[in-house]
Design a protein around this ligand. Structure first.
Ligand SMILES: Nc1nc2c(c(=O)[nH]1)N[C@H]1C(S)=C(S)[C@@H](COP(=O)(O)OP(=O)(O)OC[C@H]3O[C@@H](n4cnc5c(=O)[nH]c(N)nc54)[C@H](O)[C@@H]3O)O[C@H]1N2
Ligand SMILES: Nc1nc2c(c(=O)[nH]1)N[C@H]1C(S)=C(S)[C@@H](COP(=O)(O)OP(=O)(O)OC[C@H]3O[C@@H](n4cnc5c(=O)[nH]c(N)nc54)[C@H](O)[C@@H]3O)O[C@H]1N2
Ligand code: SF4
Ligand code: SF4
Ligand code: FES
Ligand SMILES: [Mo]
Length: 888
């Protein structure tokens, strides 16, 4: 090539060859992540006397390629000039891709003299379209299809009038767009922009902070662009290890909460029925006094804290250290209790460690995916998008979910078990694996234990019997088992539809059985069992020991060796008995045994089950502290409210769903007197006359690395240098372990353990009084309690709660879309508007819990996983009544 030899495998494009030889060509219709189309002609090169577009032409062996000849430069300039001539003059303002290419090619603003007055579409809150700038390169359309998987866009019109448009016709706001922002990022001209960065913005003048998203556990790397102390835009980082330049509506656009007028900016103290502003000194002294009195009168175990999976590792580390060292209790827990505590228990029992077995990059090499009780398109959108693309590229897909979730339309088999019947379903699949000999006998002989016991139990789970227990047709059980059983590299990905049940831990273990039977874990012949952990740092909160039975790094508080290690580093004696779990804390409060409850970043009144009983507990506890961004429902019941900094205002690390530590860096300063959780815990320690050491987040992680051998190789300095690092990471000089269990499992005997626990029915079943089953879960635009997303503009995209009802059930009740119904369970009531949809099956309902005012968690019960106390959020027996106003 121009004299430079390049050696590239057949099938790669000339573009790769051009780059490999150290040259560059301008490109307008090309984005490396997307299928090349070769329509703009900006990248012309010559191959054996033919002039071709480099981005679409494959490399041929021994071809003579020219890039730098003058006539090629002219042809490329003419191609771009032709495109630019149709655009209005402002097309070349700023430093967008097109403007830069024009500058490089010497095309001046005088060339842009078009602008047909095709108008704008500013209907959408986050995506703006200027049709006059559209060159119909189609990158946005491909981005929406090939990366995001939403297929919301098309190219409409003919010839030079072709322009991007929503596939549904009409306005962008009414389209299928889920505001991932991918199309905006790929648009080379500024036809698509986001509100904070209009065309002509000089991005170089904005401050840029690399951090990690503080919403879900995917852990997208983000670049936060700020101007005058406010966010101009949030860009997904192209080199983000999980997101690779992609993001979702929450990480990207849900930051309006930061400057919400409702943001807490000063501490509040209860005086009678009012919460009144006070100084930090007064608030902290009040708490310190309450702590001292409680400990003196009722002992350290009369104090409990709920730590935050939204906060950083360093903050969680400090909080649990405060509770153990300053207070002297193990009464510390985090929302993993409500979420994936059955994963931690089940995966530890099966394989030895509490995290998922493989990295997501490996999962992406699987040829068959079993997605169970997870709705990643809405709850982990970037992972959902990657899974969908994998399926569109040929991987087989089995979905096990009672609802027709987004991925189900692409599934080879969609299993729709009745909520709460997973164990029977998984045993049914295992039965078929065994009877049809789709098991790895070698692996079972050398690396697993428990086969005879399991085989005896599985005898009872014939597909026909399983069909009776679960409602899944026997033929579907067989078909799904064959897809998983015959795949070369199967992988299991799962969510709360497995864990939030009366027998959630059994569910995780019965699911793990499938991977063990197939030898699809710890062998490279498949990619194990992988929970889609929920909160940004729920993995980390548990890793840091914000748990009543475990120290940082999962040493047991009852194990003298683990305790001794921590005691040595902390220079204090530690309590040696397990502390209270969250539901036990509430029970203790109701019984008058809890004097102080410190709730950090969790809106327990909105999100814990059986809300009326939670409120009773808070009201019974003499001192409740809520550390919050907003006056949440929980804060309203507190005696002291402390204003905190959010993830965009703090320094530290998070651990994402596939065990990667990633850096979190402040892009802004917190408003008013709000402080980081880290600073608040330190200040409280000082008010109590204690010194927690580790004065910076970096020092806190360094200290944690000394307490917990699995994190011994982790440090801020290393993360700043290397980017994401997975744990286990016992050695500063060696990489963390992304894939686990190559030689042996981490169990005491080194073997994977099959579980022979039988299916047991859920805590609630439909009966004559409560004939319908309510499932609760997530919707794409909102996040958990909704305290942040409801104050972030996205609320306009999804303004209210609704109850999904099957049309047949709606007909029986004579209710229509929008009608408000009274939902009653054995535990409470909620009033919700109806949305009829076949996404739910007959006899089942679905709603989220993102709108505290609708009171969904007044309905859910206090049934909980028998092993870990994870609430049975997914199964509540309810009945509906029409026109509640007439009945109240
Ligand atoms: N947009 C958005 N994203 C989020 C969150 C959010 O609030 N909003 N929250 C984050 C958090 S904290 C978490 S933990 C994750 C949760 O992410 P997911 O686990 O994906 O969330 P859910 O929607 O609660 O439940 C998943 C699915 O379980 C199904 N299911 C219910 N019962 C059963 C059953 O018995 N068997 C089977 N097989 N399936 C069942 C439900 O129909 C539902 O589709 O999402 C995180 N991401
Ligand atoms: N019905 C039903 N209920 C559920 C579930 C379900 O599926 N169905 N899922 C459950 C699950 S999996 C989870 S994880 C829980 C989540 O429940 P929560 O943890 O209560 O919900 P979030 O809205 O994520 O966050 C709680 C609060 O933290 C505050 N916050 C955010 N960042 C910070 C910070 O850095 N520091 C501090 N101090 N505060 C901060 C926010 O303002 C918010 O009010 O909900 C559970 N509730
Ligand atoms: S923002 Fe995302 S979902 Fe919406 S049209 Fe663009 S690529 Fe598609
Ligand atoms: S997928 Fe999760 S981590 Fe990524 S931007 Fe969305 S909420 Fe944030
Ligand atoms: S970039 Fe190659 S034809 Fe457009
Ligand atoms: Mo969660």
């Amino acid at each position: 090539m121009d004299g430079v030899p390049v050696d590239l495998p057949e099938g790669t494009t000339l573009l790769s060859a051009v780059r490999a030889a150290g040259f560059a060509v301008p490109m307008l219709c090309h984005d490396d992540r997307l299928t090349p189309v070769g329509s703009c002609r900006a990248c012309l090169v010559r191959v054996d006397e033919r002039v071709v577009a480099a981005c679409v032409t494959p490399v041929v062996e021994d071809a003579q390629v020219c890039v730098e000849q003058e006539d090629l430069r002219r042809l490329r300039r003419e191609a771009v000039e032709l495109i630019v001539s149709a655009l209005p003059p402002y097309a070349l303002e700023g430093d967008g891709e097109l403007a830069r290419i024009c500058r490089e090619l010497g095309i001046g603003p005088e060339t842009a003299e078009g602008g047909a007055g095709r108008g704008r579409d500013d209907s959408h809150l986050f995506v703006r379209l200027d049709r006059d700038l559209c060159i119909a390169c189609g990158r946005c359309v491909r981005m929406c299809a090939e990366v995001q998987g939403t297929f919301a866009l098309t190219l409409a019109g003919r010839g030079s009038d072709t322009v991007v448009a929503p596939g549904t016709g009409g306005l962008w706001a009414d389209s299928d767009c889920v505001a991932c922002g991918g199309c905006v990022d790929s648009c080379p001209t500024g036809a698509l922009t986001e509100p904070g960065l209009p065309i002509g913005t000089d991005e170089a003048a904005l401050a840029r902070t690399r951090t990690t998203c503080g919403y879900c556990g995917v852990g997208c790397a983000l670049d936060v662009l700020t101007r005058d102390g406010r966010i101009a835009a949030v860009r997904p980082a192209k080199d983000g290890p999980v997101n690779r330049g992609h993001a979702c509506v929450k990480g990207r656009f849900s930051h309006g909460f930061l400057r919400s007028p409702e943001r807490l900016t000063e501490p509040l103290l209860r005086r009678g029925s009012d919460l009144e502003p006070v100084s930090w000194g007064e608030a902290l002294d009040h708490i310190a006094h309450g702590l001292r009195a409680a400990i003196a009168e009722a002992g350290p175990d009369s104090v409990a804290a709920i730590s935050s999976a939204r906060a950083t590792n360093e903050e969680n580390y400090l909080i649990q250290k405060f509770m153990r060292v300053v207070v002297g209790t193990n009464n510390i827990d985090n929302c993993s209790r409500l979420c994936h505590s059955p994963s931690a228990a089940g995966l530890t029992a099966a394989f030895g460690l509490a995290g998922g077995t493989d990295t997501f990059d490996d999962v992406e090499r699987a040829d068959c995916l079993l997605v169970v009780g997870a709705n990643p398109i809405e709850a982990h959108p970037v992972v959902g998008a990657r899974l969908l693309q994998q399926v569109l590229h040929g991987a087989r897909l089995v979905v096990a979910d009672p609802r027709a979730i987004g991925l189900a339309t692409h599934a080879d088999v969609h299993l729709r078990p009745r909520p709460g019947t997973n164990v029977a379903l998984f045993h049914g699949l295992a039965h078929v694996l065994l009877t049809e000999d789709m098991i790895d006998k070698e692996f079972l002989r050398h690396r697993a234990a428990g086969l005879p016991e399991l085989a005896a139990v599985l005898d009872h789970y014939t597909p026909d019997r399983v069909a009776g227990l679960t409602g899944v047709p026997a033929s579907d059980v067989v078909a799904a088992a064959r897809l998983y059983g015959r795949a070369e590299r199967p992988a299991i990905v799962y969510g709360l539809g497995v864990t939030e049940h009366l027998h959630g831990t059994d569910g995780v273990r019965a699911l793990a059985n499938l991977a063990i039977l197939r030898g699809a874990v710890g062998t490279g012949r498949g990619f194990g069992v992988n929970p889609l952990r929920g909160q940004n740092n729920v993995q980390g909160a548990s890793d840091m020991g914000a748990l009543p039975d475990l120290l940082p790094g999962y040493g047991k508080v009852r194990d003298p060796v683990a305790r001794g290690r921590a005691e040595q580093v902390w220079g204090a004696r530690l309590p040696d008995h397990d502390g209270l779990r969250i539901p036990q804390m509430f029970a203790a409060a109701r019984e008058g045994d809890l004097r102080v409850l410190w709730v950090i970043g969790e809106d327990v009144v909105t999100t814990d089950p059986d809300a009326n009983r939670v409120i009773e507990a808070l009201d019974a506890c003499p001192l409740v502290i809520s550390q919050e961004l907003f006056l949440s429902e929980t804060a309203r019941h507190a005696d002291v409210v402390l204003p905190v900094a959010s993830w965009l205002e703090k320094d530290g690390t998070f651990v994402n769903f596939d065990r990667r530590f990633q850096r979190v860096r402040p892009a802004l300063t917190p408003p008013g007197q709000a402080r980081t959780d880290f600073a608040i815990v330190h200040a409280l320690a000082v008010a109590c006359g204690a010194d927690l050491g580790c004065s910076t987040p970096a020092e806190a992680l360094a200290e944690c690395a000394r307490v917990a051998p699995v994190f011994a190789g982790m440090s801020h300095e290393r993360l700043d240098r290397e980017g994401a690092i997975p744990w286990p990471c016992p050695d500063p000089g060696r990489p963390g372990l992304a894939t686990l269990y190559h030689d042996r499992f981490a169990t005491a005997d080194g073997l994977a353990h099959l579980s022979a626990r039988p299916y047991l029915p859920p805590g609630e079943i439909a009966d004559d009084d409560y004939p319908l089953i309510l499932i609760t879960g997530r919707r794409w635009a909102h996040y958990n309690s909704g305290n942040m997303t409801r104050r972030s503009g996205v609320a306009e995209l999804d303004p209210s709660e609704r109850l999904d009802v099957h049309p047949a059930d709606a007909a029986v009740l004579a209710v229509r879309d929008g009608d408000r119904v009274l939902v009653e369970s054995r535990h409470g009531q909620a009033t919700l508007p109806v949305r009829t949809t076949e996404e739910v099956t007959q006899g089942q309902l679905f709603c989220s819990f993102h709108f505290p005012s609708s009171g969904v968690n007044a309905l859910t019960s206090s049934h909980a996983d028998t092993v870990t106390s994870c609430p049975e959020y997914k199964v509540t027996a309810v009945r509906l009544r029409v026109r509640p106003d007439a009945l109240e």
